[in-house]
Design a protein around this ligand. Structure first.
Ligand SMILES: NC(=O)c1ccc[n+]([C@@H]2O[C@H](COP(=O)([O-])OP(=O)(O)OC[C@H]3O[C@@H](n4cnc5c(N)ncnc54)[C@H](O)[C@@H]3O)[C@@H](O)[C@H]2O)c1
Length: 325
């Protein structure tokens, strides 16, 4: 058995989490997942099952006794468990507040008390909200969250980054919007959703085609977590990193163009919106300069990957509710 320490991954059965688990096991880290399986008994962790250095705890991060049992012997924590996305948070606002903010605070306190060395918090570039003009948001930019989802993440970040944490090192990763295939597939994310609709021969309806957003492949997101866990304290403690690539900021219309190059018969209808509260372009130099981390995939790669996946027949019914949050 590897002498490497345990890392607890909350939300490790999720879209991003199941690939974080893969990434960390491949690095020789022992991984314990704490997940409430909100999306049902998804097969996302079957690949990790039975591998040495893998443990699974089914439970809710809201409950103190479950958190503390899951933290036994843990050196670092990757906190991904959340009610994810604007629609899911709008549907269950109280739960979103409890899981995304209250549970994060409680987990931080437990980590301090139990002597955990490092906690990495999954945040989002949605925190930037609407950016004025052509500006690229760096980590120092003012945050203007426009949804409950982003407000809970902004509030949690403040706690994660608060000083005087009894030696606990903390770091926030603001992920760009994620795409690509994962053992817990999500088809409610822009690149995956657009590709699915067009491959299935449906008319794609695009709202607010001119608004910008950055994108990152789910395997690159997972790699960023590994990079932050491996980094020396001085490089990451108390820091925020945008996770993505400056070249991978796109308007929705740009993504549609990439799709139309591959699917010339695609039917697309634009519903123009003059105002979208979320319109942001993001700079990703800090994580590159500090950790030497750069994404390997582009949105074009992701589209090719999802097209091939859908044509393979591996996903029976990509419109099924289980693939949406
Ligand atoms: N997917 C994206 O585009 C994106 C972008 C930016 C940030 N993020 C962040 O990355 C993280 C993972 O997102 P995802 O796309 O994998 O979402 P997901 O919904 O697939 O995964 C979240 C996981 O958390 C678990 N969970 C939820 N509430 C829980 C609770 N109370 N106790 C224990 N487990 C609980 C769920 O069962 C699920 O497996 C989230 O924190 C999210 O905010 C995701």
């Amino acid at each position: 058995m590897s002498a490497r320490p345990w890392t607890l991954v909350t939300g490790g059965a999720g879209y991003v989490g199941s690939l974080v688990v893969d990434e960390l096991l491949a690095r020789g880290t022992r991984v314990r997942v704490l997940d409430a399986l909100l999306h049902g008994g998804v097969p996302s962790l079957l690949g990790a099952w039975g591998r040495p250095g893998f443990e699974f705890v089914r439970g809710d991060v809201l409950y103190p006794h479950i958190r503390r049992a899951a933290l036994a012997g843990v050196d670092s924590v990757v906190h991904l468990a959340a009610i994810v996305g604007d629609p899911a948070c709008a549907r269950r606002p109280e739960l979103a507040q409890e899981v995304n903010l209250d549970a994060t605070r409680a987990l931080l306190a437990d980590c301090e008390e139990l002597g955990v060395r490092r906690l990495v918090f999954a945040s989002t570039c949605s925190n930037y909200g609407k950016m004025p003009g052509d500006l690229l948001a760096t980590e120092e930019f003012e945050l203007r969250p426009v949804s409950l989802y982003a407000r809970t993440k902004v509030a949690a970040e403040l706690d994660v980054l608060a000083k005087g944490r009894n030696g606990l090192e903390t770091c926030c990763l603001r992920f760009a919007t994620v795409y690509g295939s994962s053992p817990r597939m999500r088809f409610d994310l822009t690149v995956n959703e657009f590709t699915r609709d067009l491959v299935l021969g449906e008319e794609l309806v695009v709202f607010g085609e001119q608004f910008w957003r950055p994108y990152v492949h789910v395997r690159d997101a997972a790699r960023a977590v590994g990079a932050v866990l491996d980094a020396p304290r001085d490089a990451v403690d108390g820091e925020v990193f945008n996770v993505g690539s400056t070249e991978e900021n796109y308007r929705k219309v740009d993504i549609v163009e990439l799709l139309q190059q591959r699917l010339p018969d695609a039917r697309v209808r634009y519903v123009h919106k003059d105002e979208d509260p979320r319109d942001y372009r993001v700079a990703f130099e800090k994580i590159d300069l500090t950790l030497g981390y750069r994404p390997r995939y582009t949105v074009g790669d992701g589209i090719d990957e999802i097209m091939a996946l859908l044509r393979s027949g591996i996903v029976d019914d990509p419109a099924a509710g289980v693939y949406r949050n």
